[in-house]
Structure formats: structure tokens, C-alpha cells
Write a new protein. Structure first.
Length: 106
């Protein structure tokens, strides 16, 4: 069956919602890591190195997944989801881990 030339608005909305949730988690992670650098959030000493190195791998995987989806003729929403899934996996895991650590006891 040939794919429809028109985009699926529900699939696009789901992809946008997924990316929106990822950006909110990423913002919270940045906030917690920044507080950690200031000594106000309990983060391990390896956190600064982790926040640099994890991005390289996550974006490489996201690019590979998006390219594979494009090469497979997937619609834009599927390409967007393929790229966003590896990134959100990291943001969700970081958010959960850093939230558990919590503010530093003064």
C-alpha cells in the first residue's frame, strides 16, 4: 500500500508532544545540574563529565535512527520520533536519577 501524501495530524501531534516533554525534562536536568555545580543539589563528582560525553553518543544514535527512518521512506512524524526516542531516553533517565538525589542538605 502506498503511503498517503498528506501527513497524519495525530502522528504529528504525538511527535510534537513527545519532543515537548523531552524539552521540559531537559530543562529540569539543566537546572538540577547547574544547582549541583553551585553545591546546592546533590550530584556525583562525575556529573560534569557525564553531561558532556552522554550527548555525543545520544545524538549520534539519534542521527542514525533518523537517517534509517528517512531511508526507509517513513513520514516526517516517524523520522522525528526515531530521532527523539534516544534523546528522550537520556533526558528521562537523567531527570529520574537527579530528582532522586535531591537538594543538598545544608
Amino acid at each position: 500500500m502506498k503511503p498517503s501524501p498528506l501527513p497524519d495530524p495525530v502522528a504529528l501531534f504525538r511527535a510534537q508532544l513527545f519532543v515537548g516533554l523531552m524539552t521540559m525534562e531537559a530543562g529540569a536536568v539543566i537546572w538540577m545540574r547547574t544547582l549541583g555545580m553551585g553545591g546546592l543539589w546533590a550530584v556525583p563528582s562525575s556529573e560534569n563529565a557525564r553531561m558532556v560525553t552522554e550527548k555525543q553518543v545520544a545524538f549520534a544514535v539519534a542521527g542514525q535512527k533518523a537517517l534509517a527512518a528517512m531511508a526507509g521512506g517513513q513520514p516526517a512524524s516517524a523520522v522525528m520520533m526515531a530521532a527523539a526516542r534516544p534523546l528522550r531516553r537520556k533526558t528521562r533517565a537523567n531527570h529520574k536519577r537527579l530528582t532522586r538525589l535531591g537538594p543538598r542538605k545544608m
